[in-house]
Each structure stands twice: as C-alpha cells, then as structure tokens.
Write a protein that binds this ligand. Structure first.
Ligand code: LCS
Length: 379
C-alpha cells in the first residue's frame, strides 16, 4: 500500500465486536482468563494492550520495519535501545543531538560503564577516527536538533556493518514521510512520537522500530521488564494523529520553505539553517536521502539580547519547547532544549546564544511571516 493508505489503515481493523471503525481505547490493566493455563493472547496490560499494538503495527508499516515498540516518551524509547549494550561498550553519537539525549548518555548511562564520543557525524572521517575496538553502536540524529546538520545514513550503516555494530537513527525531525532510514541500511529507528507523528502537541510518547528478530525480541523484553509503556489513551491519540501525517508534513514543508527564504533574505538574520536552502552544507545529501526538507528551521541573530527581544515580541509563534505540532513553536535552544549541554560544548557545536529554532506550523503562511516580521521590528 502507499504511504497515505498505510498511515490511515495499517495495524487497524474495524472492532470485531461492534464494527467501530476507530480502534477502541482499551482502558484495562488485566484480562480474564477463560480457564487456568489458557489466555486469548492477552495476559497483563504492561505486556500487551490492543490499542498500543495497533499503533506499533501502524508505525512499523510506515517505517518499513519488522516491528514497532512504543514507550512512554522518546527518551524512554532511546533508553530501551541503550539496554542492547553492555558495560564497557563504546558509542559514537552525533555531536549536537537533542539535549535530553546527551543528558541521558552523559549523566545516567555513563555510570553503568558505557562510554560515548560525540563527533560531527556529517563528516565521515570524524566517525572513522573515533572508532574503537569497543564501539558497538553509532547513534545519529539526522537532521540534528537544532543546527540541522545531516548525516549520510547509508555511509554510517556501512561503517557499522564492517563489524557487528548497531546503526541507530533518530528520525524524529523528518518523520517516515520524508526519510526512511531502513532503506539506507539502518538497524534501528527511534522516534519521539510527541512531535510530528502525533502532531497535535497533546501527548508524550516514543517508538523504537526494529528490523531484526533479535532486536525486536530484546526491545519488547525491555518494554515489558522496565515497563515504560505508552498508555492506551496516548497510543490512540498518536494513531489518530498519524492518519494525517502525510497531509501535515506536506504543509509544514511548504510553509517552511517559504519561511526559510523569508529569513534568508532578512537583513537582521545572520544565517539560516534549513536543508532545503542551497546554501545548506548538506543540501545535496538532503536531496538524495530525504523526499522533502521538513518543517524545522534554525537561524542566527546577533546575540542573546537580540534573541530575547525577538522571542518576547512574537505572538502567533508560541515560545515553547517541543516541535512538530500543527502550531508554530519557537524556542531558544541554548537556554531551553539544550540547556543541559555545557556552555563551552554548545558554543563548539554551533548552539550560539543568538540561535533561534522554529518548528513551522500549518497556519496561514502570511500570518507566520507577519508575526516574525513583528519580532524583527523589536530589534
Ligand atoms: N529525539 C529528538 C530528536 C527530540 O527532539 C526529542 C525531544 C527527543 C528525542 C525526546 O523525546 P521526548 O522524550 O520528549 O518524547 N525534543 C524536544 C525539543 O526539542 N524540545 O522539547 C523536547
């Protein structure tokens, strides 16, 4: 089936009891056994819930995975992936991953004997020189949050598969509508469903997509054992959100291309980071690897003071963490999403004090640009 048909139907059948076209929210903690020693495929809802199962099958279809496994947040999903590793293992990570991912790796997982190298994964030679005998995983975010640097997934998968290393791609920014990492050889794809997949800023969730039975079995085992499951209500919200993913992504991108051009031409803006601009250092890779450029843009103002004046003036663009909702969200990565990255490190990776990130929504383009213009008038 095509992407839109899968987005609307995959994993979902009319309810066998009533014919209800929408998957019910199975609000239950347990299931009654017909007799001792038998069950109907359901025993306890931490292990399995039909609403969650529908979403897991739906996301697996969209990413072209063997299986999907859903978690209470994107971070819970990433934590489950890291449980594939053992003490002593080394992981190479895109150097400007989402600040929460950095915090999990540096301040939680390091104490269990994992070691991490943060490198500019868009430069393959940096990956090659960071490789160690103990390297078991390369974890990339492409594009990265927030500086929009792209990594060549196929090349990283090749480096991984020279030895039995796991290639993990955080596909939150592009969504499977614009980027399908498994087509380029990735082993595991992770998502914060909080963002584009749900799309309506009303749920926190995460998903891990796997394509080998070994990974699927282990991730499912961690889901049930650690227990950070997605609730049936949140699973239902994401199922509903995904039905319009293709429509929303088209509109996010249409608006974002215009907003990027508007910002690029603006005299108050020092630099715009958007993969759809020819000036973007990995524009050619974006054309090869993605079927669109997405809805996320970062741009540079002179300094913190300018960023504050701008962000305090905009109104329609909501000053908030998160991204991927239908409404335009705007933020200051250095003090918000990436505050847990030390200042010296932030400066090194381009998260300057004057950097502003926009998640371009699906409102009327003219209204978004007028609001940004009002922000610039404060400078
Ligand atoms: N991966 C990426 C690329 C993200 O941007 C985020 C959250 C996560 C994983 C974690 O997902 P969560 O646990 O929040 O569902 N990014 C955020 C951001 O940029 N602002 O607020 C959260």
């Amino acid at each position: 089936m095509g992407f839109a048909t899968d987005a609307i139907h995959a994993g979902q059948e009319p309810d066998p009891t009533t014919g209800a076209i929408m998957t019910p929210i199975y609000a239950t903690s347990t299931y009654v056994l017909p007799e001792l020693g038998k069950n109907k495929g359901f025993d306890y809802a931490r292990t399995v819930n039909p609403t969650r199962t529908a979403l897991e099958a739906n996301l697996a279809a969209l990413e072209g995975a063997e299986a999907g496994t859903c978690f209470a947040s994107g971070m819970a999903g990433i934590s489950a992936v890291m449980a594939l590793l053992r003490s002593g293992d080394h992981i190479i990570v895109s150097r400007n991953v989402y600040g929460g991912t950095y915090r999990l790796f540096e301040h939680v997982l390091k104490q269990f004997g994992l070691t991490f190298s943060y490198v500019e994964t868009s430069r393959l030679e940096e990956i090659e020189s960071a490789l160690q005998p103990a390297t078991r995983m390369i974890f990339i975010e492409t594009p990265t949050n927030p500086v929009m640097s792209l990594t060549d997934i196929a090349a990283v998968a090749d480096i991984c598969h020279r030895e039995s290393r796991i290639c993990v791609v955080d596909n939150t920014f592009m969504s499977p509508y614009f980027q399908k990492p498994f087509q380029f050889g990735a082993d595991i794809v992770v998502h914060s469903t909080t963002k584009y997949l749900n799309g309506h800023s009303d749920s926190i969730g995460g998903a891990v997509l796997t394509r080998s039975p070994e990974h699927t079995e282990r991730i499912r085992f961690v889901q049930k054992s650690a227990g950070a499951i997605l609730s049936p209500f949140d699973a239902w919200l994401v199922l509903r959100g995904v039905k319009t993913l293709h429509l929303r992504m088209e509109c996010h991108e249409r608006n974002a291309r215009k907003v990027a051009a508007f910002l690029d031409a603006h005299p108050k803006v020092k630099r715009v980071m958007y993969p759809g601009l020819e000036s973007h250092p990995q524009h050619e890779l974006a054309r090869r690897q993605c079927t669109g450029f997405g809805g996320m843009i970062s741009f540079l103002l002179k300094n913190y003071e300018e960023a504050k004046k701008f962000l305090d003036r905009v109104k329609l663009c909501a000053l908030a963490e998160s991204l991927g909702g239908v409404e335009t969200l705007i933020c200051h990565p250095a003090s918000m999403t990436h505050a847990s990255v030390p200042a010296a490190e932030r400066e090194k990776i381009g998260i300057a004090e004057g950097l502003v990130r926009i998640s371009v929504g699906v409102e009327d383009l003219d209204d978004i640009c007028a609001d940004l213009e009002a922000g610039f008038s404060a400078l």
